[in-house]
Write a new protein. Sequence first.
Length: 648
Amino acid sequence: MQEITNSTSIDEIDMREMFSALWAYKLIIVFSCLIGILTSGYYSLTVEKKYTAVAIFTIDYSNQGIDKFSSMIPIAALNNFGLGGETDKILFDEIIGRNFIENLDQIVGLRSDPFFNTYKLPTNTVEPAWKKFIKNKIKWQKIIPDTSEATWQTIVSRYIQNTSFDITDNGSIRIEVSHKDAKRASLIANAIMNEIIRNSKNKSRKTQDLQLNYLSITIAEALSDLKNAQSRLKNFALENSALPLENFTTESVQLDFLRDQINKTTKLHEALVELEQILRTNSYAKEDYLSLRNKFPIVDQVEFRRVLGQSEIVSSWNWPDIKSVTEVLNTLSERKRRLTNEIDDAQLNAKSAADALETYANLERDATIAEATYTVLIEQVKAQSVLAGFRPEKSEIFENAAPPLGPSAPNRNNYMALGAVIGLVFGSVFALILAFMRSTYYSKRFLLENVHARLNTNAKFLKPFRRRNLKDIANIITYKPCTALRDFIIEMNKMPSSQIVFTSLQSRLKGVDIAKVLAQYMQSETSKIAIIDFSMKSQNKEPKDNENLLDSFRIIEEVGPVLILNPYIDQNAVELLKHRDFQKKLKLLQTSFDFLFVCADDADAISLSTAISGQQITHISIVRLKHTKSKNLNKMRSLLPIQGLFYE
């Protein structure tokens, strides 16, 4: 469709031309919208009405972190919404669960409600013999559905579709139930609310009872553990000692004392061994004493001198007898063996005391833990018992569901708005299809871009000249001059040819009307003009005696220098175009007139353009927006370019 595409780019849509096409068929679009509104209005009047009842309440949440939502949430989408606490998710999962719906059925009777129970029992139709024979051959087994399960699935589906929940900004629960019966809607909404509150109370009581039971069992076990720990502690004290820490301390001190004794004895023994070796050399001097004292500082101690019977004065030193040194060495060796045996015994006693102390500490710790556990649990049981005795009721009903006075669905305004939109869409699509099929011009801009005429003007001012004779046209021009025609006459005078073609395509003004107006407007120049209308119907065959003839043309009308001619032939005037001497007759006629106006309309205009194509002739055409076919105008323009264009 040429009028929908831009002349500069075929692939781009000319939006102004498209909207012009839609505006041209605005009545069709309005009619389509009216049909859509009436249809949707009728549907909203006949469709099943639903009444929505609302109940608002709150329950005692164990988790107060509830996310608030601002829009209603259908039950079908509750599995995907995000609540802040796990308790809230479990609550909503419970509401849409099969067990909750079955319990609700016992209260309000969902199975006996045709609004929820829409399952139709299959009818037992008798199968034809041929169908039964084929099923037996292919061993086809008919699956009989479970009626009870199918019924419940239908009820659950309808329940989910017609029930919705919302958490208000203040944390309250809002329940909406839709039903075709207003009273049933309020009844079911209140039943759901009461069932949720009752289940919440039962769960709270059950949780408290389970907590008390668990605490009772745990405190009994703690008391038993405490008794066992105390009994083991008592038996240990009887079998061992009640003072294991003191025993371990005593044994540790004794072991340290023995270790100190053997250390001193070892040092004395080593010093005496070195002294004995010096004495056996029989060549000892004061330097040997100094060397011995540096190696063994114990030599200058009082204890070493006492062992050898030497003077306790440090400055005096006398070398002892080797025999006495040997005897002292033997005595110290025996003492070392005795102290070693005593240390081994002391280590065994200290280890035994340490094991007893560790066992006692473990027993005492177990007894302390058991006593503390028992004390804590007994206080917890007391507190839970008090709380269990006082059960505060935090659930509160803010609004019981009342039977609604008017239906909530269908919303007639929404239905009618939707119908209007659908009608607008279908009407616009139909208008565009019709515009494409008609292939006409709907905007002046697009028409002028496609025609490329040097002169163009609106033909609105030519309406008074429609179907007028030359005399009437002359009178109108006298009283009301048409200055808009001046440019067209100038363009006609610029062309070398005196032959001018006037065509009309699906316009209310004919080509001869334009020719008459321009001819009358030009007669002030005393130019002789002949107008031939090839779209004129044939006259009577035989000429009258008083009829004026000009060669092979009949003079139909004559006013001053302007004549209207009609070919003198048996057929319509357009049939002259098929004669071989058509061009010759026109040229002969041109010798008698200053201008020759040739006119044709619609299909005759295309035939005329074909007959005189290729000549330098001024072509003036008149078209009508929304009626002139673009393919006809383009075809005619390709045969004979248009210099002047009138449009209406």
